[in-house]
Design a protein around this ligand. Structure first.
Ligand code: DX5
Ligand code: ZN
Length: 218
């Protein structure tokens, strides 16, 4: 089963609610929310207030991707705003285990994110504690970038470990996903695919979403 998580980073913010409902209606399984702080990544986007505004609007799980420093200081706000998943970057969390516990303590599903160059060895010892691993297939900070193929073997490596250790962890992939790049990701074991520009820049967003999903299922 392949799940699609449209990234609202590529949506029209002047009609955000409408654009979330449009992808929900078209069969999206999660809504991906990119939070950037201008420190960990060179861009600034949105905070808990956007999660709070979307929460009553959609039934879909809200998948909050934190690209921020000092994540611990903001987890409670995102949890109370209604996040279902909170994912944090390994590269930005010196006390990763503590951060994961903090997310869990608010009843939110914790996940960890790896930049394209970060090896999966860095998360070996927290796999029992998390619900999701998110692989970046672009350098975080912006939508609309080109998919980095060298990440795919890492996805396969983790999928093998998950099977071997009989763990229940979603493998999410984020960056440059379209009808073509989804194929090697699903083959490698991805279960959730984030797509921003490939959906929101299309004239017919629902059709674009369905085409990506079908490519992933074939
Ligand atoms: C990048 C973000 C992504 C981004 C994906 O830092 O984490 O979620 O919105 O956008 P596309 O699908 O356009 O690469
Ligand atoms: Zn993201």
């Amino acid at each position: 089963m392949v799940k699609i998580a449209p990234s609202i980073l590529a949506a029209n913010f002047a009609k955000l609610g409408e654009e979330v409902l449009e992808v929900e209606k078209a069969g999206a399984e999660l809504i991906h929310i990119d939070v950037m702080d201008g420190h960990f990544v060179p861009n600034i986007t949105m905070g808990p207030i956007v999660v709070e505004a979307l929460r009553p609007l959609t039934k879909l799980p809200l998948d909050v991707h934190l690209m921020i420093e000092n994540a611990d200081s903001y987890i409670e706000s995102f949890a109370k705003a209604g996040a279902d998943y909170i994912t944090v970057h390994v590269e930005a969390c010196p006390h990763l285990h503590r951060t994961i516990q903090l997310i869990r303590s608010f009843g939110v599903k914790p996940g960890v994110v790896l930049n394209p160059h970060t090896p999966i060895e860095s998360i070996q010892h927290v796999l029992e504690d998390i619900d999701m691993v998110l692989f970046m297939t672009v350098n975080p900070g912006f939508g609309g970038q080109k998919f980095i193929h060298s990440v795919v073997p890492k996805v396969k490596q983790l999928a093998d470990i998950i099977k071997e250790r009989n763990l229940s962890i979603e493998i999410e992939i984020d960056g440059g996903i379209n009808e073509e790049t989804i194929i090697p990701c699903v083959e490698a074991g991805a279960t959730i695919l984030v797509a921003g520009s490939a959906i929101y820049n299309a004239e017919d967003k629902g059709k674009a979403l369905q085409a990506i999903k079908e490519a992933g299922l074939s």
